[in-house]
Design a protein. Structure first.
Length: 143
């Protein structure tokens, strides 16, 4: 958690770290955690859709989005189009309700293009290949 200008709290979490192992967390602890995340000035949730939600986590995530709706700022990142959220959440109704709250008053930014991780991986693979080729050439030249 970081403190931004004017003393507002900012928090960034990957989706799966919000409510880890909720099956083993007593209900009051889950609601305390929910209140904590609902109070933060700007909450950034990274990788929505990276892992599927079970019913309890989907309910908690829905409650979180609902509590923040029209009150606090929320940033979500995902590699899924909204029409694919039903594959991550346990039922289409849950996904639809979440999407409605997320897009209401939202600025949606779609980033298209090559993944920087894929590009970096390809550059590193090319570099390693060139280094190996150079070592082989150097070994042949010394013979």
């Amino acid at each position: 958690m970081t403190r931004g200008r004017r003393g507002s709290l900012h928090l960034r979490r990957q989706t799966f770290s919000f409510f880890p192992s909720c099956r083993f967390i007593p209900a009051h602890t889950g609601s305390q955690r929910l209140r904590h995340y609902a109070k933060i000035g700007l909450l950034a949730v990274d990788e929505v859709g990276f892992l599927s939600f079970d019913t309890r986590n989907a309910d908690l995530f829905y409650q979180l989005v609902s509590r923040r709706h029209e009150r606090k700022s929320l940033v979500l990142t995902t590699n899924l189009a909204f029409n694919q959220w039903a594959t991550v959440f346990p039922n289409a109704t849950c996904a639809t309700a979440l999407i409605e709250r997320v897009v209401h008053h939202a600025d949606i930014v779609t980033i298209e293009g090559e993944s920087y991780r894929v590009r970096e991986s390809q550059e590193e693979a090319t570099k390693r290949r060139d280094e190996r080729a150079g070592r082989r050439r150097g070994a042949r030249d010394t013979k």
